[in-house]
Structure formats: C-alpha cells, structure tokens
Design a protein around this ligand. Structure first.
Ligand SMILES: Nc1ncnc2c1ncn2[C@@H]1O[C@H](COP(=O)(O)OP(=O)(O)O)[C@@H](O)[C@H]1O
Ligand SMILES: [Mg+2]
Length: 245
C-alpha cells in the first residue's frame, strides 16, 4: 500500500487506518451484514478540484491555478523522493480540505518507479503517448508530468487540452500543437500568459526524455511567478464555499 509507505506530507492525503473483516450493515433495517475491508483517510471537506471547478462560475485564473499547481507538484516531488510515481493524476484525484489546500488522493495506480513502469496506468484524456502506445517500460515521473499538464490546462481553461488522448499523436488539437499552430490551439478565452503556454508545451512533449522533469516544472518561470492568492483571499474563498457546501 503505497500511501501507507509514503511519509506524511502537507499535500498528500493522510493515511489513517486499513482494516479487514469489518462489519457493515448493507441496508438499514434488513439486518444483512457484509464483511468488508476499509481504508480510513484524512477527510477532504471540499471534495476534489473537479468538484470545485464545476461549482464555480467562470474561470479561476492563473493565480489560483498556480496556487494548486505548486501544491500538487510538491506532493509529487515528495513521492518521487520516496521512489514512487502516482500515475493517475487528474482533477478527480486531487482533494481539497476545509482550507482549500490541495492534497493528492487515490493511490490506486501508484507504484515504485525505480525500473520504469510496465503496465497501462492513468485515466482517459490524461495518459501520455508512451502509455497509449505501450512503450514499456516508461518513466513514471514523466508520465505524471504529462497528466499534470492536463490538470494545469483543465484548471485554467475548464476543458481538456486534447479530444482523445488515446490517439494523442493523431489528435487534431495535439497535431496543431506539434505543428506549432499555437493560435489555433489556444482558445482566445480565457486569455493565458506566454509563460503558461511555454510551460504547458514543455510538459506535453511526446518524447518523455525531452519532457520536463518534476523539478524542472517547479523551476519553470511560470511556476515561480510570485502572484498567488493572499492568505485573506484563501480564507474568504474557504468561507464562501463553506456556506454553499
Ligand atoms: N479523503 C477524502 N475526503 C473526501 N472525499 C474523498 C476522499 N477520498 C476520496 N474521496 C472522494 O471519493 C472519490 C473516489 O475516491 P478515489 O480514492 O479517487 O477512488 P477511485 O477513483 O479509485 O474510486 C474521489 O473522487 C472523491 O470525490
Ligand atoms: Mg479516483
């Protein structure tokens, strides 16, 4: 169990307990009791980034995108330092606690990355080309960087970057990108900075060996821009969402 093995971290959901043969009442009143295994985790009161994006009108902007992106990135770098890759990065698997702090969740695909990964992992629209085309073994870290680029795009644009990531190499939009037709690739709304586009492009490079590493993503000029939500803005937003929860 990867989550149990990885040391506690501010941006990884905390493992509490795992148990077998616990009793669970199937339906209140019918008296049938099932034997179940369970996993107890720290509660993320604000559910996931996907829930947040869907409930929010309009776009969240680069400031908030950067705030959560940096948090997810530090969680992934911590995992990497412990020898693991997550391999299912997507907005549904990034949890938000009561303070709107992002935490990596769902370690169902996570595994050691020392000798590369030899199985298909990840979710539709988020898998890198090396996974779609089964170029085994592949580097788990670079696969995480590709999926993280999809999350980066999704947080900012409220859309997926490619229509079908299974066919990523032939996807019309991916091809526009590879051909350098950036104007056709990027919708005019919401506007995105040149640094954002540069970072995204370097994270989706087809050849994993050319793609940025997690540390390079962290050191990229866009990630390092100091514009972040203030403590007061975070508190105000956490209060706002608590009233509609
Ligand atoms: N610790 C948690 N706190 C709050 N909600 C959670 C938590 N863990 C999971 N969830 C919710 O349950 C959903 C499914 O959990 P997940 O661990 O991603 O399992 P899977 O995707 O394999 O079914 C998440 O997308 C999220 O909405
Ligand atoms: Mg999940």
């Amino acid at each position: 169990m990867t989550l149990k093995t990885i040391e506690k971290h501010a941006h990884i959901i905390e493992y509490k307990e795992y148990g077998k043969n616990a009793e669970r009442v199937r339906n209140i009143g019918d008296g049938i009791i099932d034997n179940v295994s369970y996993l107890a985790l720290e509660l993320a009161l604000n559910k996931t980034i996907l829930d947040y994006l869907l409930s929010k009108q309009g776009y969240i902007g680069e400031k908030w995108t950067r705030y959560w992106f940096r948090q997810i990135l530090t969680g992934l770098i911590h995992m990497k330092n412990k020898g693991f890759s997550h391999l299912d990065i997507k907005c549904e698997n990034i949890l938000l606690n009561h303070n709107l702090t992002a935490k990596l969740g769902d370690f169902g695909f996570a595994q050691p990355n020392s000798d590369g990964i030899n199985m298909v992992t990840g979710s539709e629209f988020h898998k890198g080309p090396e996974i779609c085309y089964k170029r085994f073994p592949y580097d788990g870290e670079k696969a995480d960087v590709f999926s993280l680029a999809v999350v980066l795009f999704a947080m900012q644009m409220k859309a997926f970057p490619f229509e079908r990531v299974q066919d990523v190499i032939y996807s019309r939009k991916y091809k526009l990108y590879i051909d350098g037709d950036y104007d056709a690739f990027w919708p005019s709304n919401p506007p995105v900075s040149a640094e954002f586009k540069d970072l995204f492009m370097r994270m989706i490079i087809k050849d994993p060996s050319q793609r940025l590493s997690l540390t390079e993503v962290f050191n990229h000029p866009w990630t390092q821009i100091k514009e972040l939500p203030t403590d007061q803005e975070i508190l105000d937003e956490a209060t706002r969402v608590s009233t509609i929860r």
